[in-house]
Design a protein around this ligand. Structure first.
Ligand code: FMN
Length: 159
């Protein structure tokens, strides 16, 4: 069964809420296994076991939290082995112009360095779901739809 990992870092719960919403959307696609794990429960070796990896972070100083960057940096031990997997990202910031898009793109850039396949979004948050603080109703729906779309792509490629 194709598998998706949704991993995140959070201090005050907003990014975790988004992770659960992305998972809810992904579970709407038949045939995919979806796991949600805090980043401290993910070792670089674990990444090998999933066909899709979606990473969520709060915005810290315009980019991802150090805990997320550490997992990415530690994943160099598997450089080239994640090539062809599906990747995605989502973030929560404190302010409307606080760095959500720069942070999503920073995560996506790292996944692309791994050779991963990233799905954009035409109607909606183009680079991946973002929220200001906790997701409001629209942002929550964006998370669900993103999870569904990335899961659907994963099934097309690996199902
Ligand atoms: C160390 C630190 C740095 C932050 N830097 C930014 C920032 O650059 N821009 C911004 O909009 N919010 C910033 N914030 C606010 C968080 O991104 C925001 O509160 C977010 O919703 C927290 O997500 P969480 O509930 O998953 O921890 C920062 C918060 C902390 C603790």
């Amino acid at each position: 069964m194709p598998g998706m990992l949704i991993t995140y870092y959070t201090r005050s719960g907003n990014t975790e809420t988004m992770a659960e919403l992305v998972a809810e959307g992904a579970r709407g696609v038949d045939g995919i296994g979806v796991e949600v794990r805090s980043v401290d429960m993910v070792a670089p070796d674990d990444l090998l076991g999933f066909d899709a990896i979606i990473i969520g972070s709060p915005v810290y100083f315009g980019t991802m939290a150090a805990e997320i960057k550490k997992l990415i940096d530690d994943s160099v031990v598997h450089f080239t082995k994640l090539d062809g997997k599906v990747g995605g990202a989502f973030t929560s910031s404190g302010g409307a112009h606080g760095g959500n898009e720069t942070t999503v793109l920073d995560i996506l850039k790292a996944l692309m360095v791994h050779g991963m396949i990233v799905k954009g979004v035409s109607a909606g948050a183009h680079y991946g779901p973002v929220a200001v603080g906790a997701p409001d109703d629209d942002e929550a729906e964006e998370c669900r739809r993103y999870g569904y779309d990335v899961a659907e792509l994963t099934m097309k490629l690996f199902g």
